[in-house]
Ligand binder design. Structure first.
Ligand code: WQD
Length: 315
């Protein structure tokens, strides 16, 4: 199996889950954000930027020399705010990188792909929980690149590609020591970093139309997310599978205040969050309807918010 972005926070959990399931794994990662020592020594790392000018040729050469039973594509830029400031870099890296991968897969008869998509494809849906049938209306270039990626994979069905797109909700937690999310770009790692520095976590707005006024999200443990990728590969490797899209979440929402309260418990630090102004572009609520992934793949997240917070604080 080939995992692009395999040295990343999510990628390294996917690689470990794949190996535990008996797959031999290669990782494509240029370490621009990945961390090499997240990778088991048994994993061969291919140092390649998928959006580079020579990426299509290099990838085609690699895929011609080694026939992989599946490809999991995680390598991409994923900062919403940065995508608003530098949209062309996101289109180049996320869409261009996927285009190079698809060209190389087509040229070498690789037909099985699992793609890292995102809840950001939904934008700001005004529903209690979001289903795959809800029309995706991304509100930032990052979310647009994920939706366009899904279209590219769906169109590749014409030459025989079988693809599953996984729309990640809010991924957090740590599956093993050394695999923590060190980028600190999302609520839980940001708040943990603040506490460790003796600072106070902030709540971006407490005047949303939610029970406690703070935004509600669907936090899913990165270990559960990794399992969903392996189940998607198993699904694709059965007969007559084509293109599909699944939400990956728990189906349960948690507010910012609830997350920080769980962090107060896990850390033993009795802090009061500071209320800060709203952050632009935040939907009040974004919770997955997870009935389809359960019905079709048989996937159901096993870990809850306390498991997520405890693992993020302690590992
Ligand atoms: C969660 C909530 C913030 C920091 C993003 C991407 C999405 C996916 C997950 C990749 C929001 C609030 C945050 C803080 C806060 N990534 N917050 N204080 O924006 O839901 O989703 O990450 O696929 O695509 O868009 O995640 O962790 O940034 O924010 O109050 O210090 O926490 O306002 O309501 P988000 P987040």
């Amino acid at each position: 199996m080939l995992v692009t972005g395999g040295a990343g926070y999510i990628g390294s959990h996917v690689v470990r889950e794949a190996m535990a399931a008996g797959h031999s794994v290669w990782a494509v990662d240029d370490l621009s954000t990945g961390v090499e020592n997240r990778l088991d020594s048994a994993v061969e790392r291919i140092d390649l930027n998928l959006a580079a000018a020579d990426a299509e040729a290099r990838l085609t050469d690699i895929l011609r020399k080694t026939k992989f039973d599946a490809v999991i594509h995680l390598a991409a830029r994923k900062q919403v705010g940065e995508s608003v400031e530098k949209p062309e870099e996101y289109y180049r890296d996320n869409i261009g990188g996927l285009a190079n991968l698809l060209l190389a897969m087509r040229a070498t008869d690789h037909d099985t792909l699992v793609f890292s998509s995102s809840a950001a494809t939904y934008g700001m849906p005004d529903v209690d929980s979001v289903s795959e049938s809800d029309v995706p209306t991304p509100i930032n270039p990052y979310g647009e690149t994920k939706l366009i990626g899904e279209w590219m994979i769906r169109n590749a069905k014409n030459w025989g590609l079988r693809g599953v797109c996984l729309r990640y909700f809010n991924v957090a937690g740590t599956g093993a020591t050394g695999l923590a999310d060190t980028a600190a770009l999302n609520l839980i790692p940001i708040a943990i970093g603040q506490l460790r520095r003796g600072e106070t976590p902030k709540v971006f707005g407490d005047d949303y139309p939610t029970p406690d006024g703070s935004c509600i999200r669907d936090y899913v443990h990165v270990s559960d997310l990794a399992v969903a990728h392996i189940m998607a590969i198993d699904y694709l490797q059965q007969e007559e599978r084509e293109f599909d899209v699944f939400n990956v979440g728990t189906g349960t929402g948690a507010s910012v205040f609830e997350v920080l309260s769980a962090l107060r418990e896990a850390s033993g630090i009795d802090f009061e969050p500071e209320v800060a102004p709203r952050r632009a572009g935040d939907p009040p609520k974004l919770v997955a309807n997870v009935s389809r992934i359960q019905q079709v793949l048989g996937f159901k997240a096993e870990k809850n918010l306390v498991d997520i917070i405890d693992s993020a604080w302690n590992l």
